[in-house]
Ligand binder design. Sequence first.
Ligand code: AMP
Ligand code: MN
Ligand code: MN
Length: 322
Amino acid sequence: MKRINDLTGAKTIAIGGHVRPDGDCVCSVMALYRYLKKEVPGAQIDVYLEEPPAVFRILDDIEVIKSEFNTNMCYDVFFALDCNEERLGDAQPIFARAHRRINIDHHISNAGCGDEHVVEPERSSTAELLYELMEPSLVDEEIAKAIYIGIAHDTGVFRFSNTSPRTMEIASELLKFGFDFSSLIEATYYEKTYLQTQILGRAILESVRFMEDRCIVSMVSRRMMEFYQVGPKDLDGIVNQLQAVKGVDCAIFMYEIGTLTYKVSMRSNGVVDVSEVALKFGGGGHVRAAGCTMNGTYHDNINNLSHEIAAQLSRARLREQV
Ligand code: AMP
Ligand code: MN
Ligand code: MN
């Protein structure tokens, strides 16, 4: 697929993204919604996504998102964005039923799903890839804004190594629409509530380094979340702060999602391929940012992850010696 076209005749279209949607996911879904409204006027376009973090309420049309998935609809086309089929969560059966299933993603761990897929791991974000697939004349200010915020979120505001010359070219094309990029990034990426800041502080304070200080780990329990009155969406960014510690090759952050069940986030400076580590535990992601869900005690999980990370670090050491 070179462009999102050839949708003539499609009367019902659905768009979905991954569970616990992040900025790239929410913005890609919303950019595609706006785009399809123009590309296929008259078609019914539904968006299925878990409730996005409140900061994304600044996006136009965000209220169209359906977070109730009990439908028997058989869509003509279903777009799965920023994930593979498994991570669509409750939207997975709706995707499976659709006549034409299209997957657009940038995760190296995704081999592609559905009838047609465009998976480009070298892309900074799904938003960037989506922009390349759009007919330029149909891109308007609202679409540009969503694409820009999506790219900014997945690149850590154009800072991570997934930022390419093309990413910056696209950002430059988008800025020409004249939206207030500065306050959008401030409001969706940097600004934190007081309680979010407190739990960030607590997680940093309780972090522990191990493996000759090359790894760092921290955990937030359900009791802590209750105490600070925060939910999973309030924990974004903690793992990035841990990775920023000098000398750390790999940062791990976990939060409890159920009894003996943890959502794990990992970040790396490139020495460790955390996508490979996450894949071993049924998750995935990118070389420098990946995640998975693990069962077991906090300490068992650290032990299991450490085993994989240590193997990679010793291979890296061997390479250094050659
Ligand atoms: P997170 O740590 O949740 O921010 O995720 C880091 C990166 O890994 C993001 O690109 C996620 O989309 C991806 N990721 C997180 N969890 C999983 C998972 N269970 N399976 C596949 N990819 C994941
Ligand atoms: Mn994502
Ligand atoms: Mn992404």
